[in-house]
Design a protein around this ligand. Structure first.
Ligand code: PBG
Length: 322
């Protein structure tokens, strides 16, 4: 039935009517908050390109996790900035590495908070690549062994979820097999399944001190032109045992989130990455956009596209507002 019988504006007239018929709404339970853990005690090092985000020492990270928990956010994802870096990222799988220590400290204070760890080598290698470099190239199969060691060390420290973000082929299967053999069959794998070679990771690389020292990540992260390939990546990761699949970044890839969710009907995560955060913060600081309107609008778009959970640096401020 058309106008004048049908008047869509009828349901937009008051806030209560709008609330009643809203299709998608945000809750603190939708978010995962990223934490950057650095060496030392009582350290807080602000990240210039990410206002409001700091590198935190283990003790501070544990306190921050408590705040996150009290805001109703179900989980954090940990990234480590190690004391020293080397060619094979040894600190990534050290029993007393920063992330391993942070897991224990967080579990000590807030045992129910979900602790997710990013499994990758780029923060730990002196060349800044996500795997071992041989003859100027990142070697896939040799990297798998190190990723397995890293994931196992996170599980032993008490991680609930491991999230491989390196984009090596076969890493989900290798990690799943190793976890199961070691009795960690209940540790969840959230795979960065469709992770694009993106310019939006710039501020993160400042935060995690992980900028590649030569070349770029295009030989392992996905080409931005591809979305059929994203479906193949997701399909492979599910076949290898991924419990949750992720699309990253979020905003420039909403179509990919949507395709992945509709095709696989699998728990789907989206990473609202550092550059997406920085753009909004910068524009808001200039008075060019209103942050309190734009942030929920952006996060809603990600959820509406099909994401069941969103990794976002806005988690705290959003949860506080909700
Ligand atoms: C590690 C990793 C990166 C991000 C998450 N895990 C950086 C990269 O691949 O260069 C980016 C997150 C963000 O930009 O917020 N490989």
């Amino acid at each position: 039935m058309a106008f004048p019988v049908t008047r869509p504006r009828r349901l937009r007239r008051t806030g209560l009517l709008r609330d009643l018929v809203r299709e998608t709404a945000l809750s603190p339970r939708d978010f995962i908050y990223p934490l950057f853990v650095c060496p030392g005690r009582d350290q807080e090092q602000p990240v210039t390109s990410m206002p409001g985000v700091s590198q935190l020492s283990v003790d501070r990270a544990a306190r921050e996790a408590e705040t996150v928990w009290h805001l109703g956010i179900p989980g954090v994802i940990l990234f480590g900035i190690p004391e020293t870096k080397d060619a094979v990222g040894s600190e990534a799988y050290h029993e007393h590495g920063v992330v391993q220590e942070a897991i224990r400290a967080i579990k000590d204070k807030t045992p129910d908070l979900l602790v997710i760890t990013d499994v990758c080598l780029c923060e730990y290698t002196d060349h800044g690549h996500c795997g071992v470099v041989e003859d100027g190239e990142v070697d896939n199969d040799d990297t798998l062994e190190l990723l397995v060691k890293e994931a196992l060390s996170h599980a032993r420290a008490g991680a609930d979820v491991v999230a491989p973000s390196d984009m090596m082929d076969g890493r989900v299967g290798a990690i799943r097999t190793a976890l199961d053999q070691d009795g960690f069959e209940n540790v969840v794998i959230m795979a960065y399944a469709a992770k694009y070679a993106s310019g939006f990771y710039g501020p993160f690389r400042e935060a995690a001190e992980s900028t590649p020292q030569f070349g770029n990540r295009r030989s392992y992260q996905m080409d931005p032109g591809n979305s059929d390939e994203a479906l193949r990546e997701v399909e492979a990761d599910i076949a290898e045992g991924a419990d949750i699949v992720m699309v990253k970044p979020a905003l420039a890839y909403l179509d990919v989130i949507s395709r992945v969710k509709r095709r696989f009907r699998y728990p789907t995560a989206a990473y609202n990455v550092s550059g997406e955060y920085a753009m909004i913060k910068a524009a808001a600081q200039n008075g060019w956009i209103d942050e309190s309107t734009v942030v929920p609008e952006v996060l809603l778009s990600i959820k509406r596209a099909g994401a069941d959970l969103i990794l976002t640096y806005f988690a705290k401020e959003m949860a506080a507002g909700l």
